[in-house]
Design a protein around this ligand. Structure first.
Ligand code: PLP
Length: 397
């Protein structure tokens, strides 16, 4: 059977590919030090699981409204108001099967073929594919380490054309961990308003910020920006609930309605039980989250120091998410035991095969001079994995 063009043009997720190879090694009995994870290594907190069990027991096993249960949509409205200063009504909230699904729905209902979407580089891979799946054109804008990998107003403006429709902002960001300040978002907001752009603001890592850093939603900066923005968030990262598949969008009424209509013919509602669990996540104790953030910070600090002490590596200290994004530019063009390091892919392969250390090559995020290391893994594995990585890098010639 011939595969349709839109499917043929999809690049398989390179982050999942590395993860798969690492899992293959694990299955064959090899101990792998896995820095490629895109999800918290913690278990979902018990009170959230209990809410799911209770929902099952009271027979919450039927379809729910497509855009989510009234309880969950209300809980999300309350969260957005209390934590982000954003006023939304329940009909402006659309709950989907994960933030990734919310992003997909948003692009499907907002983008026309040929629309240009500004995507800061390095980017999270799914944005690129989802833009293409909507028939739109990704316009990649290289951000710079000098600016903490954050898109500046000048860079944004210089990428705007007559066809620009949307800009994607992901703060705290994957893969760099960059967190935009209020002022930085304000400058971007001016360019966005003047050029009549719309924004997708992916805030999935909002809870994972360090050093007293504050997450700000660009939608909260003015009522005009709120009208131009679709806020995307979910429970996956903050509550260690990646497998439950609950994400949501908050949007102007017409956009939310279009997203519900779109979803009504694809997945219908996200899982009823997972929705009940998500109410408990948002409304229940935030103590497990605080503990997780404390542990992430400790790991980040350790890993950042170790990486910067390795030959050929330099790494900014990110303020959010659970990734480090070190430059390995100084290692490219060199070799390890006769194996050439032509780019980040070669280096990632060498680290996995020679040291059983799994990292994601920067090329997966559009920049071949970097690696992404996740610290969503145990401190024990971080210590030994970094020892092994250092050993390999010392032998690069
Ligand atoms: C993990 C991740 C998501 C997807 O989260 P789900 O709710 O599990 O679909 C969205 N955006 C970014 C940047 C992510 O890293």
């Amino acid at each position: 059977m011939r595969i349709a063009r839109r499917a043929r043009e999809i690049n398989p997720s390179p982050t999942l590919a590395i993860d798969a190879r690492a899992k293959e090694l694990v299955a064959s009995g090899v101990k792998v030090f896995n820095f490629s994870a895109g999800e918290p290594d913690f278990d979902t907190p018990p009170h959230i699981k209990e809410a799911a069990v209770a929902a099952l027991e009271r027979g919450m096993t039927k379809y729910t409204p497509v855009g989510g249960t009234p309880e969950l949509r209300k809980a999300i409205c309350r969260k957005l108001k209390d934590e982000n200063g954003l006023d939304y009504q329940p009909e402006q909230i659309v709950v989907s099967a994960g933030a990734k699904h919310s992003l997909y729905n948003a692009m499907q209902v907002l983008l026309e073929p040929g629309d240009e979407v500004i995507l800061p580089l390095p980017y999270w891979v799914s944005y690129l594919e989802q833009i293409k799946l909507a028939g739109a054109v990704p316009i990649l804008v290289q951000t710079r380490p000098e600016n903490g990998f954050k898109l500046t107003a000048e860079e944004l403006l210089s990428a705007v054309t007559r066809r620009t429709r949307m800009v994607i902002i992901n703060s705290p960001g994957n893969p760099t961990g960059a967190v935009y300040t209020r002022e930085e978002l304000q400058s971007l907001g001016e360019v966005i308003e003047k050029n009549n752009l719309i924004v997708i603001s992916d805030e999935i890592y909002e809870k994972l910020v360090y050093d007293g850093c504050q997450h700000v939603s660009i939608a909260s900066l003015s009522s005009d920006l709120k009208e131009r923005t679709v806020v995307i968030n979910g429970v996956s990262k903050a509550y260690a609930m990646t497998g439950w598949r609950i994400g949501y969008a908050a949007a102007p009424v017409a956009v939310a309605k279009a997203m519900v209509d779109f979803q009504s013919h694809t997945t219908s509602n996200p899982t009823s039980i997972a929705q009940a669990a998500s109410v408990a996540a948002l409304c229940g104790s935030q103590e497990p989250l605080q503990q997780m953030v404390g542990e992430f910070r400790r790991r980040r600090d350790y890993m950042w120091e170790r990486l910067n002490a390795m030959p050929g590596i330099s790494c900014l200290k990110p303020q959010g998410a659970f990734y480090l994004f070190p430059s390995v530019a100084a290692l490219i063009g060199r070799s390890y035991k006769g194996q050439p390091i032509r780019g980040s892919g070669d280096l990632a392969r060498i680290l996995l095969e020679e040291a059983q250390v799994a990292v994601v090559p920067g090329v997966a995020f559009g920049d071949d001079r970097y690696l992404r290391l996740s610290y969503a893994t145990s401190m024990e594995d971080i210590v030994e994995g970094l020892d092994r990585m250092e050993e390999v890098l010392r032998q690069v010639q």
